[in-house]
Ligand binder design. Structure first.
Ligand code: GLC
Length: 741
């Protein structure tokens, strides 16, 4: 990738250097490269047999024994493989490709999303930093480690929007908000590509809205809602250059995406202009039979292909049945050529061919381990969200007295590699106990009790010992975790409480009468209302990765202040989900956060307060911030106009800290009911005690468009409220209007 950029620059210099010569306009370098690639693809296509063309659409997973797969590669019947991690296997496949007739380079893909060797925190934690540039760097480093093996495509970023923490895959994305998720989608695509991997924006589309929060279940989403909420992160990924998009397993309004011509061809390829490769998810083509939209695998192959799936991942349906479909006239050779053209064009753009016009891909230099660890620690540190901290219980200082650290997680060394690559070798990691000992000052005593039999508190080891240790201390730090494998694919939950016996342990420690700091490792928002009420301090650390415990020790001892903010709402109870800050007002808007009998006829519940426990964008520091002087550059703008929103933020506490300044808008009247608030800007600022900063946002009228029933953007004149603050509950407000032209 990098080389191509250099070449592009050289070509640019060349064309600008010749600018003064004969006036004939030279095509831009990018256009020149594109047309050269087009010509090469056409020439190659003309030489290919039908079997070789179908081979380029065949994308199996590594199987054992793989001799048959090697033979298929030699015969040109496999153009891409996934899960070839072992270097010997990689060499075998590269050799087999070199023995094939046309020697077409292969895609080698892997779920190297947050980890290859050093495990970064889970992607939801990247979003909790509210610093896309950190996510870009993390993605680049993961890619650099992965690319050393010959892998050239990662199955990331996952950019699914979700408002339902029952769905275990929220851990892979950037939360509930399209604006935040689009920023992280763009950053992650850019990072992986800088690190030498092509990318796969997934899972197109609506996978994060399964009914009941049950993985693989169907989603009912209107076109307006698709374009308002679920498609923007894919648009951002496409704009950032993603080479591929992966279709999702689910149905949208009853039609499986894998067989959905409107979504895959009309919307993704035509309306969004995506000209890369559309791949199925794992065996999703043959699973059209399970959906009941295909009679058999041959029928499934035809329907997926005609809908717009170019690559059949791990289904073998194209390999087995596309030939007959062509012979039977159910698929045309022109369609086959169009799909193969997409595949070959991407391989040329990636520089996989020795004569790639944009330059030949070189495996980038392996990153230094300390650079990867440093970045992983920074992401972890900036991702932790301090949800409450009554009495300024944290940070731990000499004034905290004796500290009792409770929980087997404090001596755990697992990296929470919940998903993705088999880490080739386990990099060393510091336990929290050791990291705390190394950072607590002289005279600060630290006691430890394992308490649980495992890091996720599924069973007790010695409850009485833990309580006795708490009684001997002045402050308790309890380590809790969502069951370590309870996040990711196929892990939907109906209960969002702490797993195992963790709440029972908490109650026993509360009875010991000491202030409690509760640390929760989790891959999803949990329902912690009861738990939160029992503790002085509550902090979420997600799945923090190889450097996570060291980062946590730095935060607990005040070397750094926490600065993470929630990318997803934390509900009071699971009965509230799906829940989001950007809900519609309804005909009977909620009047407050207590649905008392007097408010009976307003939207809410009779057995739960309607508001979340902690709102989207919430997160505390060890200092405090004040917002003032909210100004808008003009009271109105035209539909093509823009305004500047300015606000001052001041560190009013005694410690340095970072604050994420968030800008929300609300359109008061429109043809469609509009959300109570929508995130339209954010910036993370570092402030010393007493320091004040003016933060500026530019709001274009186009940023305020919503989509109609045809998915077309509408900028409707009218009044907008503006809210600025440190969460979706921001209460500093102003307004402006978009004037009818
Ligand atoms: C899985 C996942 C997808 C992953 C693919 C390849 O089923 O849905 O996210 O990239 O298969 O492992």
């Amino acid at each position: 990738m990098r080389l191509r950029l250099i070449l592009l620059t050289l070509l640019t210099c060349f064309s600008s250097a010749t600018a003064h010569s004969t006036p004939s306009p030279s095509p831009s370098p990018a256009r020149a490269i594109a047309s050269e690639i087009d010509a090469k693809v056409s020439a190659l296509l003309a030489r290919m047999t039908l079997e070789e063309k179908i081979g380029q659409l065949n994308f199996p997973s590594l199987a054992f024994p793989h001799d048959a797969q090697l033979e298929a590669v030699r015969r040109g019947r496999i153009g891409a493989m996934l899960n070839v991690v072992n270097p010997d296997h990689m060499r075998d496949f590269q050799a087999a490709m070199a023995q094939s007739r046309l020697k077409i380079p292969m895609l080698f893909a892997l779920d190297a999303i947050y980890a290859f060797r050093i495990a970064f925190p889970a992607p939801i934690a990247w979003a909790a930093t509210w610093r896309p540039e950190l996510a870009q760097r993390a993605a680049e480093l993961v890619a650099l480690e992965t690319a050393q093996t010959g892998i050239n495509l990662t199955f990331g970023p996952m950019v699914d929007i979700s408002r339902d923490p029952r769905w275990g895959r929220v851990i892979e994305g950037a939360g509930e908000d399209p604006f935040l998720a689009a920023a992280f989608a763009s950053a992650r695509v850019t990072g992986y590509r800088k690190g030498g991997l092509a990318t796969s924006a997934k899972h197109f589309v609506g996978y994060g809205a399964p009914e009941g929060g049950r993985d693989y279940n169907g989603a009912q989403i209107s076109a307006a809602e698709l374009f308002d909420r679920y498609i923007p992160p894919f648009q951002a990924a496409i704009a950032a250059g993603t080479e591929t998009v992966m279709a999702s397993f689910n149905t949208v309004n009853g039609i499986p995406v894998t067989a959905n011509q409107w979504l895959l061809s009309d919307v993704l390829k035509n309306r969004l202009g995506f000209d890369g490769i559309v791949m199925s998810d794992f065996a999703a083509v043959t699973e059209l039979v399970n959906h009941g939209v295909a009679a058999d695998h041959a029928d499934a192959a035809r329907k997926a292909f005609n809908a717009g799936i170019d690559l059949d991942m791990a289904g073998q349906a194209y390999d087995r049945y596309l030939g007959d479909a062509i012979a039977g006239g159910r698929v045309s050779t022109a369609q086959i050529d169009a799909a193969v053209r997409r595949v070959l064009t991407v391989k040329y753009r990636m520089g996989l061919f020795a004569d790639s016009p944009g330059g030949v891909r070189k495996i980038p230099a392996r990153p230094k381990e300390e650079a990867v660890r440093k970045a992983a620690r920074e992401v972890a540190r900036e991702s932790f969200v301090l949800l409450k901290n009554s009495g300024a219980t944290l940070p731990i200082t000499p004034k905290s007295g004796t500290v009792a650290l409770i929980g087997a997680a404090a001596i755990a060394t697992n990296d929470h590699s919940w998903y993705g690559p088999a880490l080739l070798e386990k990099p060393k990691t510091e336990t929290l106990l050791d990291a705390l000992k190394a950072r607590m000052g002289r005279g600060q005593s630290l006691l430890f009790a394992e308490g649980f039999a495992d890091p996720c508190g599924l069973a007790f080891k010695d409850k009485a010992g833990a309580v006795a240790t708490a009684k001997a201390a002045d402050l308790v730090v309890l380590m809790a975790a969502e069951d370590c494998v309870a996040s990711g694919e196929g892990v939907s939950r109906t209960d969002l409480g702490l797993s195992g016996v963790q709440e029972e342990m908490l109650d026993a420690l509360v009875a010991a009468g000491k202030p409690i700091v509760l640390i929760v490792d989790t891959g999803r928002p949990l329902a912690l209302a009861d738990v939160s009420a029992k503790v002085a301090t509550l902090m979420v650390t997600w799945h923090p990765g190889t450097e996570g415990r060291a980062a946590l020790a730095e935060i607990l001892t005040g070397q750094y202040a926490p600065s993470g903010k929630l990318p997803m709402t934390f509900p009071r109870s699971v009965g509230q989900v799906p829940i989001s800050y950007s809900d519609l007002p309804t005909s009977r808007p909620m009047t407050g956060d207590d649905h008392s009998f007097g408010d009976r006829y307003t939207t809410g519940y009779i057995d739960e307060r309607p508001t979340p426990l902690y709102p989207f964008g919430h997160g505390l520091s060890y200092t405090t911030f004040e917002y003032s002087h909210l100004e808008i550059s003009a009271p109105r703008m035209g539909r093509g106009g823009k305004v500047e929103v300015r606000v001052d933020v001041t560190n009013t506490g005694m410690r340095s800290g970072q604050e994420v300044v968030q800008l929300y808008t609300r359109q008061l009247v429109a043809a469609r009911s509009r959300p109570l608030r929508e995130l339209k800007g954010f910036e993370k600022v570092a402030l010393k005690p007493g320091q004040r900063r003016t933060v500026r946002f530019v709001l274009n009228a186009a940023d305020l468009a919503y989509h109609d029933d045809d998915g077309k953007p509408v900028i409707e004149p009218g009044k907008f409220d503006v809210f600025v603050g440190g969460s979706a509950a921001a209460d500093l407000e102003s307004s402006f209007e978009i004037a009818a032209d």
